[in-house]
Design a binder for this molecule. Structure first.
Ligand code: F6P
Length: 320
């Protein structure tokens, strides 16, 4: 019988994590289930750092970015002895199940706990939208808005100064955020990890674009592909046109969640609690073709990232 559950947020924070926390507390309360919040992800779980969550202390958080529980990247959780401590801490507090909100690493941690017979459910929370099995993750849509707004602003100044502007976008090894932000803001060039990076080709195409009469251009590029400052200098030298680079950085992870993320958080939390009540553990929640679904956490026994559709990659390679 599920009487008390714990919730934690782990890995990079994402807008909407608080919405999920509030939804979990509200839905659990309705089912007479108590909720404990673990502070700072798996690190807090091992340190026995827990608080009681109730309708009062979660009443004003739904619209706030970040996570009131705090988060961490705690790689030592891969050590079995630390997971044993975590399970002991939860059992001592009478916790019957754990809901984790986070990305790939968070899911791997949850799967490992589940394999040690502790009931776990995963809810996807990351701006990268790189989790296998789900079309969207909580936080992605908000980050997309943030990036598009920033790009629109950079376009204003890029256009006034007739410059080339390079904008570096987060995503770790996934080009999803870059790709859709670039489409939404009408970027001239898109560079994502899924398409082999070819600097010569980029410079050739920028020259071609200028010859066609375009006086400015925006290049959207996912982080970790190249040093954008150095790239700007190179382009400036080779094309003889002022070029600037902007690394959007952590503004992409903050801010009040957009309605889509808040509602997604609610729907996913609802299914998470339903699964717990049905004793269907070792699952994670997703959304596929507009339907909230669940599937096995075992896919994440090792980090497993979502891949962009081949057709989409092909289309982008042809158009940009
Ligand atoms: O996973 C979310 C993310 O923001 C990635 O896009 C990025 O590569 C990484 O986290 C940055 O992590 P940190 O804030 O620990 O530097």
């Amino acid at each position: 019988m599920i009487k008390k559950i714990a919730v934690l947020t782990s890995g990079g924070d994402s807008p909407g994590m608080n919405s999920a926390i509030q939804s979990i507390v509200r839905i659990a309360y309705n089912k007479n289930i108590k909720v404990v919040g673990i502070l700072n992800g798996y690190l807090g779980l091992c340190q026995n750092n827990m608080i009681t969550l109730n309708k009062n202390n979660t009443s004003n958080i739904l619209n706030r970015g970040g996570t009131i529980l705090g988060t961490a990247r705690y790689l030592k959780f891969y050590k079995k002895e630390n997971r044993e401590i975590a399970i002991k801490n939860m059992k001592k507090k009478g916790i019957n199940a754990l809901i984790v909100i986070g990305g790939n690493g968070t899911y791997t941690g949850a799967y490992k706990l589940y394999k040690m017979n502790f009931p776990c459910i995963g809810i996807p929370g990351t701006i990268d939208n790189d989790i296998y099995g789900t079309d969207y993750t909580i936080g992605y849509s908000t980050a997309l808005e943030t990036v598009v707004q920033a790009m629109d602003k950079i376009r204003d100044t890029s256009c006034s100064h007739q410059r080339i502007s390079i904008i570096e976008i987060m995503g770790r090894n996934c080009g999803d955020l870059t790709l859709f932000a670039a489409i939404a803001s009408g970027c001239e060039f898109i560079i994502i990890p899924e398409i082999p990076y070819n600097e010569e080709k980029l410079i050739f195409n920028i020259k071609k674009n200028i010859k066609l009469g375009n006086k400015n251009a925006i290049i959207a590029i996912t982080e970790k592909i190249c040093n954008v400052k150095k790239l700007a200098k190179k382009i400036e030298k080779k094309i003889n046109k002022e070029t600037r680079s902007t690394i959007l950085g952590h503004i992409q992870r903050g801010g009040s969640p957009v309605s889509f993320d808040r509602i997604l958080a609610f729907k996913m939390s609802l299914l998470a609690i339903k699964l717990l009540l049905k004793k269907q553990f070792g699952q994670c929640i997703g959304i596929k073709n507009n339907k909230i679904i669940h599937y096995d956490l075992k896919h994440f026994s090792k980090s497993k990232h979502k891949k962009l559709k081949k057709k989409l990659i092909q289309l982008v390679s042809n158009l940009y």
